[in-house]
Design a protein around this ligand. Sequence first.
Ligand code: FCB
Length: 449
Amino acid sequence: MPNIKDLASQFPPDFAWGVATSAFQIEGAAFEDGKGESIWDRFCRVPGVIADASNGDVACDHYHRLDADLDLIAGLGLDLYRFSTAWPRVQPLGEGAWNETGLAFYDRLVDGLLARGLAPHLTLNHWDLPQALQDKGGWNSRDTVYRFVDYALGIQRRLGDRLAAITTHNEPWVVAVLGNEQGTFAPGIKSRKTAIQVSHHLLLSHGLALKALRAEGATAKLGIVLNMAHTMPLTGSPADRAKARLDDAHGRRWYSDPLFKGEYPAEVLADLGDDAPVVLAGDMEAIATPMDYLGVNYYSRALASAAGPIEAKDKPYPKTDMGWEIYPDGLRELLLTLHREYALPPTYITENGGAFPDASTDGRVHDADRTDYLATHIQAVGQALAAGVPMIGYMVWSLMDNFEWSSGYAKRFGIVHVDYDTLKRTPKDSALWYRDLVAQCRARRKAGV
Ligand code: FCB
């Protein structure tokens, strides 16, 4: 593992460090103060879909512990905090009336960040669509695109003057594929045709929101966050290599090509046949609206085999508690690929981190495995930077243990431990390490190195 001084020396003084969370995973207060129902509130009630049969009703109770949590973030000495607004908290039905109490909560959050010297990075859609919009077709309906643009404008008018960054969507692939094709995430639909149309509407709403926000005079930087793996063939055989290229086109380029080139990959369109999306005149041009930044979420590589899906036991590298291979080189390779293929805007790692079964001893959490994961991945970002990729910041997923979607509370990604009986927060050793790394970068900043 690289030591802190060497690691810090890989980054320029203005490189930004942060942590990330999302509303549904930490807030709780799911039915309080006028909040509307989200598709995740509904989905969690379907028997069998969440591993520990849990839900987001209380989560980390962040809604009621806002000030203490802001102090916790500030205590790590970071530059920025990435969070999301829950659409149903601010506009319960996804259209029409706004919920003043919900807006006031995010007002306090943003002001609290600024007061502590932290730049607010807001995500509009981290998956918790108002259920009322799902009842009208959700992201499969083109009307949701226009509702999203209105929601973006509502947030801009209330908070925009104080935001450093606005991300439209977090990981559209997850919403489309896990939510609408595999059905393992909300809203639990199993249709490839629906999923593909959903992906198009997510991208379109991103582009139209960017145009509308700019027309409104937004001063925050505007972008999107994509989840991407580095896809590799299982063997060097031509068949495995072809499968790796096709998987990469489906999982990654389906999202990044339209954003940066204004077109869907032809081989994916051919592969989709009748499931290809309905695209209207002007859609692709809107999707390709230039962005101020790209956010990349990276957790692991993906392996491809022409023989079919590869089981975890056949993946050679050590794995996190999610069963995801630990492969930091993939992060560097992914960033180099993106840099080669596109004229990248300034780029953040908006999520990176690992779930590990933390054994809590002596009132501290000695999570050396998580620290090692972070250090090796941050080193990979430094290598990409040295090779010319325009990296401007890094955010750990996640600030604290939280509701990990269909895995419930069993998988812990936090650098801060949460005791779900008492809701007490305890910084893990990885949080102290990250704080020290950022402090080292700050010291270099002050010294003008
Ligand atoms: C990403 C999500 C985030 C979290 C991590 C582990 O796909 O954006 O909310 O669940 O995975």
